[in-house]
Structure formats: C-alpha cells, structure tokens
Write a protein that binds this ligand. Structure first.
Ligand code: BGC
Length: 739
C-alpha cells in the first residue's frame, strides 16, 4: 500500500505566489499622489462617477476611470454609465459555478482556480475591482442570495474565501468581500434592522470577513444595506472602524452597496467609504460640472475633519497603487472565455455535486445501456447564467442538463416532458412578506397535470431523470437578489408530482435536485438515487453528466444542513425573521450547530456526500497531546484508505467538542478539513493543523477570544453526523486572543 503524507498547510502555501506591489511601496506611492490633490479632487476619489466607475482624476495621474464589476462567479457585462442597462453588444465572460457550489467542493484548490479565472477575466475586460466574493452566512434557507455565498459554516466560508481572493488579486485586480455585515436575508434588505449578540457576531458572522482581511489581504470591503443595532452598516462606527480598521488592521478601501449610504458627514466621520450609487444620485454626490461636492463642503463647514478625507482618499489610492493602476506598473495580462476557463467551470462544477443517495448503485450509469430516456422537469433545459440579479452573467454559450445529455447520447431517444404546462407567476414585493412569510402558500411554476401521458413515457423509458428544485429569477419560488423565497417547501403540486413519479418505482429513476439553498422535500425516502447540485454556470449540464456517467467520481459534500421542514430550523424555532427588526435569538446555533443542540435530525447533514467508492479512516493520532503555549498547534493525523474499486476523493472533516466546558458551547464545530484523492487501495495520511486559537469562544467579559484550560475532543468525520474517530487533547493554560 502506498503511503503519502499530505500537509494541508504546505499544500495551500505551495499555490502560486502573488504579484502585487508590496504594502509599503504602495502606501508611499499613494501618499505622494495624495499630497498633490486638492480637497475636491480627493473627494472625487470617494464617490462613483458612473454606476461602476470612479472618476479619472488628472491630479492623481489616473488617466482613466477605475472600473468595477460584479461578482463572485463571473464578470458581469458592462453597464450603462448612469443605470443598470447593459451596454450593447454585451460583453461575454465565463460563468463559473456559484459560490454555493464552490462551497460544496470543500476544496481550497478549486477556490484558488475560481479566483484566478475571475481575476484573468477582469483584466481582459479592463476591470480593476471585482465586487465579490460574498461571504454572508446561510442563516435561513429562505434567503434569496444563499447561492451567492459559501454555505452555513464560518470556518468553511473563511477557508475557501482566502484562496479565492488571493486568486483574483494575483491578477492585479482588487477583490471585494461583501456584504459587511449581517445581510443574511434579502427580505427588506434596504431597511431591516439586525440585532446580534457579540459572541454570535464574532463566532459565526465575522470569521469569513476577518479571514478575507487578515489572511487574504483583501483590498476592498463592501458594506451591506441593512442597519446594525439601528445604524446603517455604511455608517456604523463599530463595524467599519472598530472591527475592520482598528481590530483587523484593514488598509484597503470600503465601498457602500449601491445606494446604501444615507448621509455624508455622518458616514465619513464613522469610518464610511466610497459612496456608490447609480442614476441621478451620482451627479449629486460628486459632480465637477454642477459643482456638487457635498463631502468637500462638509469639510469646509468643519463637519468632517480634513484628515478623515485624507485617510479615505489615501485608501483608494493605496488600492489603486497595489494593483498597479496608479503607478503604471506592468499589470498581469488577462484572458477570457478560454477553453481552460471553460474546463475549470466544468470540473469545479462536477466536483461540487453531492451524491446524496445511491441506494441500489444505479450510478454511475453506463452510456450504452441508455436507449430510451425520459427527462421530467422543464428546468432541465432552462438556461440560468443570465439570471439572478447583480451576480448574473452573459455567457458565450450555456449547456443545460438536457443539452448535455443529448450530446452525450446521440443514438438514444430522449424526451423532455415538463411536470406540466407552465403557469405564469406574478412578481411579489418582498417587503410585503410577513413574519410568518415562510408559511405563505407558494404558487407553482409548473403543475403536474397529465399523469397518464407522463406515466406512459416513464414506463417506455429505460431511464428516467427527474430535474427538480429552484431556478434563478425574481418570482416568489425562485432564488435571486432583493427578495427571499416565500416558502421553504417545494410547491405542493410539484411535491405531489414527485411522490407520484417515485411511486411508479421505475427501476432507473435518477433525481437531480438543483438549488443554491435547502428546499423542503417530502419524498426523498422514495428516491433511491439522488444528487444535489447548485447552479453550475455555463458547463452545468456537462458537469452533471460527468458525475452521472462516472467520468468524475462524486466528491462534493453539503455545505449546508438540509432540514426536513422549515419549522426545524433555528431561525423558525427561536430567531426572528421579518422585514423590520431581526433578532438573531438563535445565537450561534446555526445549521448543524442547531440540529445537534436541539436534537433534531436533518434530512441530510452538513458535510454529507457519497462516492462511487468507499473510504475507511484509520487510527487518529495527535502530535503533542498537551499544550502549554498560548498559540501552539497540534498536528492531527488520520490515515484514510480507499477501500473500493475506483479512484475517488474523500473530505476529511475535523470537528472539536468541549466535554468539560464551563460556558455554553456547541456540541461540535468544524475546525479544519482536507480533500484527499486516493487510488483504489491507496492509503494517505491526512494531516490537519489545529491551533489553541481554533478552540476559542468569544468571551463577553474580556471582549476577547478565549480558550479555557481543559480537555477537548477532536472528532474526525465524513460528515457532521458521521464521526469516525476521536482523540482528546488538553490545553493546560487558559489563553486569550485579542482577535
Ligand atoms: C448588490 C451588490 C452588488 C451591487 C452592484 C447591489 O444591489 O447587493 O452585491 O455588488 O448591487 O451591482
């Protein structure tokens, strides 16, 4: 048996070095430029000159405008200077899998490649700042933008956003981590007031932002639309100054979400950043032609110290210098729409797919055995890449599942039948949703009507694929920006249709569930064969087929707990979810933390995912079981063996538990993970680093992270509900960490 040692940290460090100007040189260049600017010129660097631009400032030697573009899985087509219309003809870019899919890869290498593709495509389009990644936490399955984020777990999100950001920035493009912070719902996002206790904020909602700043050196942060304890996020001294700048030492630029700033002097004196907007409002924020310079006037009136504007402008110039924009340094060249980028889209997508059930080993399918195929569900052939709000793209092509299947099986007879004819839905106003919004009956996009026709087709087919789930868009059962889904459950007629189809017990029925967030399914016990995919971008269909036909052994793992019903979720049971005042009463019990705590079995647990092979975990070893040092590190080692007949990848998940804790703690929390590729029969030693700081909780009394002296259990699992081995470590002395 071959034995190889994998050091995850080494692996991550071995990823390509980044090319940006170092901080001191960039700061010196920024200072030299700032010294030449008038007050009005400085304020011009602090407001958009168009929907996606900062103005060229001759005094700053910025001969052209600084250009921004969304988002986290593509570079959005160019927008009209004053609005949200696309400039025609629209530019085309690769669309990678959504971040909810990237999260399901549990793979830092894919995160890095994802970032590099975005960086390269930005450079080729002349985009200087990418408005992504989004790292808000999946608090409620209803949130319309969960598909744009990295799942429910702060450690998973933090560990994936770091290589992604580094990948973008390795192309001399500024990444923007967003939406800072507590924008965990779209319902009334522009007005809602959020309230969370310090411990929950620090343990759940901040870690990904902190990692973006402190570990990835992200150059930009976007504030969110909501209020935090009554104060707009874009004017919030505590989050913008207290956390971001003072505690984390953020040197880059802050930018408001579009239209998310509500004042001039108050925002500036409370750590605010660049004000972005669109339309007429831009002309009022800063306009040399009309002479509208509200921020400069506030300085002249004495409402804002000149030094504040200097600091704000310096940050913009610093980021411009870092990327080479200001200094004229040679910037890395970009490319877009290359076969290599399309390959990344396909492979990352395939490796994000989660095999939830394969009870009768129907998968992988043998192409030769598929002669007459029925695909049920019109979503199977409904393009998604150009939808979803600011994260939408414009792609040179898009392969739906149905198209991919047709290409792959040229000799087969393939029929696509909808559940039934489409019925149009009215658009709803998200702000009308009520506290009980999640229980509103959802209208259905498709209704199951002609059972006889469908059944006859299913009986004539050797294989039936059922494509079910959500789509991107603005209607009430869809996922998208600016609104939440109004119900967790699949619409009742579709739910019923799924039961009916699965009750036919056609021997080869494969259910493909696609969504960026959990959906209420009542029929999964009847499905023998079930995969979960998120939105995979332009290669979605090919990526799904790669898994179904065994070209890629499924290795995605859920980045979200899949609840049985909405009423089982923490938010439904103890938090609040409404359009006015949202209190995070469930505290740090999000996702699996809640299910463990309340003893509620999920439909599928966080971290779950099957493979076409099997893996065994050997004896767990921990180097240095006792620790005196304050910031020491253990090396947790576990041998993993591929015990099946095909090559595959396992995700080794390390959770910590606190048997003797004197403060309230979760039953377990993810602390580290590694994805390991194994040939049949191969064993590898997986080494996961774990620090004393990793075991800390936020201590409200000392206002610091704190790890109490005592025993800790290290649990190694294949999911949060499938713990395979454990070991105990001891921290000998209580340790505090300022951050
Ligand atoms: C979204 C941001 C986006 C911005 C610019 C806002 O509506 O919330 O995520 O980056 O628009 O398009």
């Amino acid at each position: 048996m071959k034995r190889t040692v994998i050091f995850c940290a080494v692996l991550a460090a071995a990823l390509a070095a980044d090319a940006m100007l170092d901080d001191d040189a960039a700061l010196a260049a920024a200072r030299a430029t700032l010294a030449k600017l008038t007050l009005r010129e400085k304020t011009r660097l602090l407001a958009g000159s168009g929907t996606m631009t900062l103005p060229a400032v001759p005094g700053a030697a910025t001969a052209r405008e600084w250009t921004m573009s969304d988002s986290s899985s593509t570079v959005r087509a160019s927008l009209d200077r004053w609005g949200w219309d696309y400039v025609e003809p629209q530019t085309e870019n690769t669309r990678l899998p959504s971040l909810s899919a990237l999260a399901q890869t549990w793979d830092v290498n894919w995160a890095r490649r994802h970032g590099e593709v975005l960086g390269a495509e930005c450079r080729d389009r002349g985009v200087d700042q990418l408005l992504g990644p989004g790292v808000n936490i999946l608090r409620t399955p209803l949130c319309g933008r969960n598909w744009e984020y990295l799942g429910e777990d702060p450690v998973l999100a933090a560990k994936l956003c770091v290589p992604l950001i580094k990948g973008v920035q390795s192309f001399d493009v500024a990444a923007t981590v967003k939406h800072f912070c507590l924008n965990d719902q779209e319902l009334a996002r522009g007005t809602v007031d959020t309230h969370v206790d310090d411990r929950t904020l620090n343990e759940i909602y901040l870690p990904a932002f902190r990692a973006a700043v402190k570990e990835a050196g992200v150059l930009a942060v976007m504030t969110s639309y909501n209020r935090i304890d009554g104060i707009w996020a874009s004017e919030n001294r505590y989050t913008q100054k207290g956390l971001l700048r003072d505690r984390w030492g953020f040197k880059g630029l802050l930018v408001t979400d579009w239209g998310g700033q509500h004042s001039t002097a108050f925002a500036a004196t409370n750590g605010g950043g660049i004000e972005m907007h669109c339309g007429e409002r831009i002309r009022r924020i800063c306009n040399p032609r009309t002479g509208a310079f509200p921020l400069a006037e506030a300085v002249e009136r004495g409402d804002v110290p000149a030094a504040t504007v200097d600091d704000m402008a310096l940050r913009t110039l610093f980021v411009m210098a870092k990327t080479g924009f200001l200094t004229g340094a040679a910037r890395r060249r970009g490319v877009r729409n290359t076969p290599e980028h399309q390959r990344v889209a396909r492979q990352e997508g395939a490796e994000s797919i989660v095999l939830l059930k394969n009870d009768r080993a129907v998968l992988p399918l043998n192409e030769r055995s598929l002669k007459k195929v029925l695909v049920i569900g019109s979503l199977a052939d409904e393009p998604q890449c150009r939808k979803g709000g600011s994260a939408e793209g414009n792609v040179p092509y898009e392969v739906t599942f149905f198209a991919a299947l047709t290409n792959r099986l040229p000799a087969a007879e393939i029929t696509l039948l909808p559940f039934c004819a489409r019925t149009e839905l009215a658009e709803t106003d998200a702000t009308n949703a009520t506290e009980a919004g999640a229980h509103v009956e959802m209208k259905t996009e498709e209704a199951f009507c002609d059972e006889a026709e469908l059944r006859a087709a299913a009986e004539a087919a050797d294989t039936v694929f059922v494509f079910v789930g959500t789509e991107l868009g603005v209607q009430e059962n869809m996922e998208g920006e600016g609104r939440d889904r109004v119900a967790f459950d699949l619409p009742a007629p579709l739910q019923q249709a799924m039961h009916t189809i699965l009750d036919w017990k056609r021997p080869r029925t494969v259910v493909i569930s696609r969504s960026g967030t959990p959906v209420g399914y009542t029929w999964t016990d009847k499905a023998d064969t079930l995969i979960q995919t998120s939105y995979l971008g332009m290669e979605e269909g090919n990526a799904i087929c790669d898994v179904l036909f065994g070209d890629v052994n499924p290795c995605g793992r859920l980045a979200q707990t899949w609840p049985v019903r909405y009423a089982d979720t923490a938010v439904a049971q103890c938090g609040t979810y409404n359009a006015t005042n949202v209190i995070y009463n469930e505290r740090f019990y999000t996702g699996y933390r809640w299910h463990d705590h309340a003893g509620i079995r999920p439909l599928f647990p966080f971290g779950h995912g099957l493979s076409y092979t099997t893996f065994e975990f050997g004896e767990l070893k921990v180097a240095s079981g006792k620790l005196r040092v304050e910031n020491g590190e253990w090396r947790v080692m576990v041998p993993v063996t591929n015990t099946g007949k095909v090559a595959g990848k396992e995700v080794v998940q390390l959770y910590a538990a606190y048997p003797g804790a004197t403060v309230e703690r979760c039953a377990k929390e993810l602390k580290a993970f590694a994805k390991v590729a194994l040939a049949p029969g191969e064993t590898r030693m997986v080494v996961l680093p774990l620090t004393v700081r990793d075991l800390a909780y936020w201590d409200d009394f000392s206002n610091r992270f704190r790890t109490d002296a005592g025993d800790y259990d290290i649990l190694i699992g294949a999911s949060s509900a499938d713990i395979r081995c454990r070991a105990r470590v001891t921290v000998e002395k209580t340790a505090f960490f300022a951050d």
